[in-house]
Design a protein around this ligand. Structure first.
Ligand code: IMP
Length: 175
């Protein structure tokens, strides 16, 4: 059986919510030194839409982290590569993530970033999964809260596929 995809969050809802998040970020950080650090690869689509609507100056950089490999379940270890090369000392940093699941990935990135002495580190995630027993992480800017489902689309993948879907879909992998 091929992978099954069921619509969960439409492109229209995403568009509206992303605009609200950008407005909130603009209000909260207006004029302050701001760096957006985008978590590769999943957050690229979200970040591209979000950043074009933030109306205060900022710079961007990327960080690469992976805990899933090609599976639909977290491997439990987080590899962080291509850590930011920018000087974020004294900057407000917003980590832009596609999805916070167990919180392991974002917590590891935050720990790493702290050494660079930014003024603050906030998390902006398109999706926050509610997972029992997950590491509690504060997500200041959340697009959507969802139950513990595996989702793809709008940048999120399953074995590198489906990132190009304009909405978010619940995926039941091929058995
Ligand atoms: P965490 O460390 O468990 O919070 O997992 C976060 C990372 O795992 C995200 O950045 C995604 O790359 C990936 N991930 C977690 N849940 C999903 C999902 O439902 N679909 C696609 N990727 C996911």
């Amino acid at each position: 059986m091929p992978d099954q995809l069921r619509p969960l969050i439409s492109a229209r809802r995403i568009k509206k919510r992303v605009a609200e998040l950008a407005e909130q970020i603009t209000k909260d950080h207006n004029g302050a030194p701001l760096t957006l650090i985008i978590v590769l690869k999943g957050a690229t689509v979200f970040a591209a839409d979000l950043m074009r609507q933030i109306a205060t100056p900022f710079v961007i950089d990327f960080v690469r982290a992976s805990s899933y490999g090609n599976a639909a379940q977290s491997s439990g270890t987080v590899l962080i590569r291509d850590q930011t090369g920018l000087d974020v000392r004294g900057h407000r940093v917003i980590l832009v993530e596609d999805i916070v699941d167990t919180g392991l990935t974002i917590s590891s990135i935050i720990e790493n970033l702290r050494r660079l002495e930014p003024e603050s580190i906030d998390v902006c995630a398109l999706v926050h999964k509610r997972v029992a027993g997950a590491k509690p992480v504060e997500v200041r800017y959340t697009g959507f809260e969802i139950p513990n489902l595996f989702v793809v689309g709008y940048g999120m993948d399953y074995a590198e596929r489906y990132r190009n879907l304009p909405g978010v879909y619940r995926l039941t992998p091929d058995a």
